[in-house]
Design a protein around this ligand. Structure first.
Ligand SMILES: Cc1ncc(COP(=O)(O)O)c(C=O)c1O
Length: 359
């Protein structure tokens, strides 16, 4: 007796792992450093009491999508609920896009180093992920990007801004140039803005009903709700309708929908959190630079750096020995010796910088 083998194209695939280790200070997965306010927990508790648990949830997530559309409209982008697609984390948003627009044999294009899940999910759906390289400084190399789009004619092209793991933000001019090239070949541009609210610019400025671009966002970072697994995209309503056909029915549970709507009532809290984190980011960048580290300028809630002696592995282990966990990127392609640290509370950042001094 033996168990069946998985699809041949998945046999060599390794799962996506980010260690979940029990430590005092966790700065490895770019979560918010604290929970949303007590009022939010109260609102979710009330929603749990009000939920009709024996009924399927609102399949169209109308209230949540309307709330998200209003949030963006108030922020200066005129968005309708029909232009919002919600899912279980932005990873599920990305998966649904790839199932709908790439699928088996469809080509996807990423600019590396970038968020590993873009190619990982592409492989899971049987697509053909093609990779082009970023420049020496990890900024998008526009001529390389445009040539790759013209050559491979990808069904789906990914930008990630701010880019994980480098923290770099693409300028609107760069995004527009990529968008024009994607439009020319009849593809779809996905701008992953999981960290968008920490950055000075957003591709939301380029959205339009006849523009082949979607912008994905998440509740996991700015909204301090990684535990809820909620993400969304904003894009042409026609694209949203196509995604709705592919995603599993009732995939968004009732309580998650309520939690996502409740969060939108705590905007001030979110704004304060973003200000605190961007201020602390400056402090961490400066502290690391003082220690002689190479620091990449970040528009996100994390910082990529290479310690002065270039020995990321030693420094990562030294921090872990002091119960501080950061992301060990030192063996990732092109990130030799590099580490990525999430911005934590002021106290956590102090502990991190003190430990770095010792190391
Ligand atoms: C660039 C990027 N996109 C998407 C995600 C996934 O976020 P979510 O928690 O919404 O699935 C992450 C998570 O770290 C990320 O870094």
């Amino acid at each position: 007796m033996s168990l069946p083998k998985v699809r041949p194209d998945l046999r060599a695939l390794e799962g996506y792992h980010s260690p979940q280790v029990s430590v005092d200070i966790r700065l490895n997965t770019n979560e918010a450093p604290g929970s949303p306010p007590a009022g939010f927990a109260e609102a979710v508790a009330q929603a749990a009491r009000d939920t009709q648990w024996h009924r399927y949830p609102d399949r169209a997530a109308t209230k949540l999508r309307t709330g998200i559309a209003q949030f963006h409209t108030a922020g200066g982008h005129n968005i309708d609920a029909s232009q919002v697609f919600c899912a279980n984390g932005s990873n599920e948003v990305l998966q649904t896009i790839l199932l709908t627009y790439a699928g088996p044999g469809g080509t996807t294009l990423t600019f590396e180093p970038t968020y590993a899940l873009h190619t990982h999910i592409a492989r899971m759906v049987g697509a053909n992920p093609v990779v082009a390289e970023r420049g020496e400084d990890f900024a998008l190399d526009l001529p390389v990007a445009l040539a790759a789009i013209a050559e491979h004619k990808p069904a789906v092209t990914f930008l990630c801004s701010p880019n994980n793991p480098t923290g770099m933000v693409d300028s609107l001019e760069t995004t527009k140039a990529v968008l024009d090239a994607v439009t020319d070949i009849g593809g779809l541009l996905v701008v992953d803005e999981a960290y968008g609210q920490f950055a000075p610019s957003t591709a939301l400025d380029l959205l339009g009903e006849d523009v082949p671009m979607v912008v994905s966002r998440t509740y996991s970072k700015t909204w301090a709700m990684a535990g809820a697994r909620l993400g969304y995209l904003v894009g042409p309503s026609e694209v949203v309708s196509e995604l709705e056909k592919v995603v599993l029915p009732y995939h968004l549970d009732a309580l998650k929908q309520a939690a996502g709507s409740a969060a939108l009532n705590f905007l001030d809290d979110m704004d304060r959190r973003v200000s605190m984190i961007t201020e602390q980011r400056g402090r961490v960048e400066a502290g690391l630079a003082e220690l002689g580290a190479t620091v990449w300028p970040s528009g996100a809630n994390f910082v990529l750096f290479r310690p002065a002696d270039g020995d990321g592995e030693r420094v990562w282990q030294g921090l872990l020995d002091q119960s501080i966990l950061i992301r060990n990127t030192s063996s990732w392609d092109r990130l030799d010796g590099c580490l990525r640290v999430t911005i934590g509370t002021p106290d956590e950042n102090t502990a991190f910088l003190e430990a770095m001094k010792g190391l």
